[in-house]
Design a protein around this ligand. Structure first.
Ligand code: CMC
Length: 362
């Protein structure tokens, strides 16, 4: 038995498949590169949830339902105690989500998809002393998130980049938070409880808390010329290079290329600091070369976190909010898995091997 359950198959799913050898991610029968080609958050969310809820989903319907739900959940910001907004963003988000009523599954699911998208920008604004901005029902979820964050209508390239990010991270096999969501769903505790458990799992640094350190690394490297020497020194100190390596992928993480592609139009139109993007290019190239030389038997390539960090920074999110943005995108995966598990109907209840002392003989 492995303590990390590496080799244990714990669910059958129709939702997503991660092929670590081929570097391929499939979501409901569609490969990631197809999904990100002009795909929207609402499109992938409808794909994941269709046939799992009481009603059928499509992109246009979901856009309308989410627009209405964003307005409904915004009132929870106004009703919350000020002390809650002093918490780290993910903790504040979790406290606000915990206040949502757990009703009929369809309504609950729509509220849970809208809530993190409304709560995170409001939390970030309140934390920097600004007033939260109410949602705009005429916008897509991605465009409205950026508008609620900055107070300005985003450009087409910015909205497309956030859509690509949200599509790219919508689901990814049986990762820790998704497994947590399924365990809770199997007890029939309700969708809100599944999402709260998943969010609690996500905030750990071994799961969703990694992209901030990629920016810390770029800050420390500081100039392209310094990349090779800084990275070599970091490896000499026994450190890992942030944004490289993966438990499952033995080749390049396909999500890294999806996000790198989303950055290109922003770079081409001057909406990303070119000094930052040139530094990132230099760090990526130097890291790949040095990792290949130092670890010839272990394929180590870029993972999703490297370009997540660059993309979210370019869109104006502070690094302490990156895990919260991840949660905005991953909630649909958690919900789809929770529904899939609940429809299966079987309680998840594994066993453990007792290795403690036995009672003393009488
Ligand atoms: N930098 C330097 N060496 C590395 C790295 C790295 N980023 N990743 C793995 N290695 C080395 C490691 O030192 C070990 O070498 P040796 O065999 O000589 O001791 C070898 O590769 C295998 O390491 P491992 O710990 O068995 O690999 P793992 O599959 O358990 O680790 C990982 C996966 C993501 C934890 C690791 O690659 C890492 O720490 N990366 C940096 C942090 C990071 O970018 N995290 C985000 C990952 S993507 C998250 C997601 O998909 O949700």
């Amino acid at each position: 038995m492995q303590n990390g359950l590496e080799d244990v198959i714990a669910a059958e799913t129709q939702l997503s498949d991660v092929d670590g050898e081929a570097g391929r991610l499939i979501i409901r029968g569609v490969s990631l590169d197809h999904l990100v080609a002009g795909g929207t958050y609402e499109g992938v969310a409808a794909l994941l949830l269709d046939e799992l809820m009481e009603r059928s989903f499509d992109e246009a319907l979901l856009r309308t339902w989410l627009a209405e739900a964003r307005a409904r959940v915004f009132i929870h910001i106004e009703a919350a105690d000020a002390a809650l907004f002093a918490l780290p963003p993910v903790d504040a988000m979790r406290a606000l989500i915990a206040r949502l009523p757990d009703g009929e599954d369809f309504d609950t699911a729509i509220a849970l998809l809208a809530a993190p998208a409304v709560f995170l920008p409001a939390i970030l604004r309140l934390q920097r002393g600004e007033k939260p901005i109410a949602p705009d029902a005429s916008l897509s979820q991605a465009a409205d998130i950026l508008r609620m964050l900055t107070g300005r209508l985003p450009t087409i390239e910015q909205t497309a980049a956030l859509d690509t990010y949200l599509v790219t991270i919508s689901d990814h096999g049986l990762n820790a938070s998704t497994f947590a969501s399924r365990v809770i769903a199997s007890t029939q505790a309700g969708l809100t409880s599944s999402v709260l458990a998943a969010l609690s799992a996500l905030k750990g640094p071994l799961h969703g808390g990694a992209p901030g350190p990629v920016l810390d690394m770029l800050d420390a490297v500081a100039t392209p010329e310094n990349a090779g020497r800084w990275l070599a020194d970091a490896l000499d100190r026994g450190e890992r290079l942030m944004g490289f390596g993966h438990r499952i992928y033995r080749v390049r993480d396909p999500r890294a290329d999806a996000l790198k592609g989303a950055l290109k139009p922003l770079i081409a139109s001057g909406q990303v600091d070119s000094v930052r993007s040139e530094l990132a290019e230099a760090v990526e190239a130097a890291a790949l070369a040095i990792l290949k030389a130092r670890k010839p038997n272990r394929p180590l390539d870029v993972n999703v976190e490297f370009y997540t960090a660059l993309l979210l920074e370019a869109l104006g999110f502070p690094r302490q909010a990156f895990t919260g943005v991840f949660a905005i995108g991953r909630t649909v995966g958690w919900l789809a898995h929770a529904r899939e598990q609940a429809l299966d109907g079987r309680l998840i209840r594994p066993q453990s091997v007792y290795i403690g002392p036995l009672p003393a003989a009488a």
